[in-house]
Design a binder for this molecule. Structure first.
Ligand code: LLP
Length: 427
């Protein structure tokens, strides 16, 4: 058993190994959580979410940039409890669809603090955003300008006055990340090319019902170096003089100890503020849209080992997998795992999920302490894009989300039931 009780940065700030050698998250013993709420379960250190939101906001202040706003990319963890928490912390919300817009409004985000994104927004989604007068609609393409022009001319919507908008560009700045989550390159489905950007800006400025506030870019996700962000700001600054500059999200997080460490939130924000000031944007509104860096490390997933076998490798199979964490399968994402009450150990094994696919592996090269059926396994850094991308594949009900704080645990998303699996069937 590990004697060192300091945990990897991948774990929540509010977590530790207790006197019994068990992982505690938000003051709650994970073995007891597994017993009480079942597994798999997403366990969130509520105070972590808060601390990271405050770190972003404070970093803007410390950087001397008064007009700095933090927009939670709700796609990372779209559940009411998380949204409400960030709304109360004064963040804005990035909604990438009508559904996310609905959830954001329902969670109490003021419409003027919501940013609507999307490269294929439907007329219904645009209408919904206009009707609620969201803070910003981020325009992605010429078709959308035409559609918005028509909609803002309609009687009831025209009466609401001009809708504030941004123009999204793809600045041809690549960060180092998985191809599937790289978005800043010239050949991208997102936003206007730099070549088209001036025409897009001019075209938006011609529409009476739209009020162009500025530009937006999002160059990619899980970025571990700050340079691409600096280059992004410099590229955007060349587009003109606007009141609002939205730099997007993308700050990476710690998943495993072997990876490069992500820059701390403070460094990321101060790099963006410095780049903005260096490019003449000191007096302008700056916005960032973190998703992953606000919530990934705030949560762990608990599983129970169901079987252990030796087929060349040692295969340790748990009661979840690609239905609660699609990231290994989709991006080859790496995670670490531990037995929740026996950290450390030296048993090399493959931590596999329960789904009917060989690719359903959670950790390819796990090292655990002699895992046995019944053991509770914990994988940290599952707060972002885990619950968000969960599915019912193989008829597996999606896990609950449990918020933990000062030793108290409460379910904020209940586990799905078997009946839920048939709830939409029309017989
Ligand atoms: N803003 C925009 C316009 C975005 O498209 C995204 C993420 C964000 C902000 C937030 O980025 P973040 O700070 O979380 O990196 N499912 C993938 C991640 C996809 C990110 C899509 N857009 C994953 O699990 O890695």
């Amino acid at each position: 058993m590990a004697t060192d009780t300091s945990l990897s940065l991948a774990f929540p700030l509010a977590s530790r190994l207790n006197e019994r050698g068990r992982l505690e998250v938000g003051g709650c013993d994970t073995i007891e959580l597994a017993r009480e709420f079942g597994t798999p379960a997403y366990v969130v250190a509520e105070d972590d979410l808060r601390a990271r939101a405050r770190a972003f906001v404070q970093a803007g202040r410390d950087g001397g940039h008064g007009d700095f706003h933090v927009v939670f990319a709700s796609k990372a963890f779209p559940c009411a409890a998380v949204l409400e928490l960030f709304a109360r912390e004064g963040l804005w919300c990035d909604a990438a669809s009508g559904g996310e817009l609905h959830l954001a409004l329902r969670a109490g985000f003021a419409p003027e603090r919501i940013v609507l994104h999307g490269n294929a927004k439907s007329e219904a989604e645009l209408r919904m955003a206009l009707r609620h007068r969201v803070g910003l609609i981020v325009i992605d393409n010429f078709d959308e300008i035409g559609r918005l022009e028509r909609l803002v001319g309609e009687g009831a919507l025209a009466d609401l006055g001009p809708q504030p908008v941004l123009v999204r560009v793809t600045p041809d700045v690549r960060g180092e990340t998985h191809e599937k989550i790289s978005t800043g390159q010239a050949d991208s489905k997102f936003g206007f090319s730099m070549a088209d950007a001036p025409a897009a800006i001019a075209r938006v400025q011609e529409v009476d019902g739209l009020s162009l506030q500025g530009v937006h870019a999002h160059i990619g996700s899980q970025l571990l170096s700050l340079d691409p962000f600096r280059r992004e700001v410099a590229e955007l600054a060349g587009l003109g003089d606007f009141p609002v500059w939205d730099i997007g999200g993308g700050l990476g997080v710690q998943y495993v100890d072997e990876q490069p460490s992500p820059p701390p939130i403070e460094e990321y924000v101060s790099a963006i503020v410095a780049a903005a000031h260096a490019n003449g944007l000191a007096e302008r509104r700056l916005m960032v849209e973190p998703g992953r860096s606000l919530c990934a490390n705030a949560a762990v997933t608990l599983y129970t080992v169901e079987s252990v076998k030796q087929n060349v490798s040692r295969w340790v199979a748990v009661d979840g997998g690609m239905s609660d964490n699609l990231r290994p399968m989709l991006y080859g994402a790496v995670y670490q795992a531990q037995v929740a009450d026996r950290f450390g150990g030296s048993t090399r094994c493959v931590l596999a999920g329960k789904h009917c696919e060989s690719g359903d592996v959670i950790v390819r090269e796990a090292v655990l302490d002699d895992p046995r059926p019944g053991d509770v396994i914990v994988t940290p850094a599952t707060g972002a894009y885990g619950h968000a991308m969960a599915s019912n594949y193989n008829g597996v009900p999606r896990p609950p989300v449990v918020f933990c704080r000062d030793g108290d645990a409460r379910v904020v998303v209940r586990r799905e039931s078997f009946e839920d699996l048939a709830a939409r069937d029309v017989v």
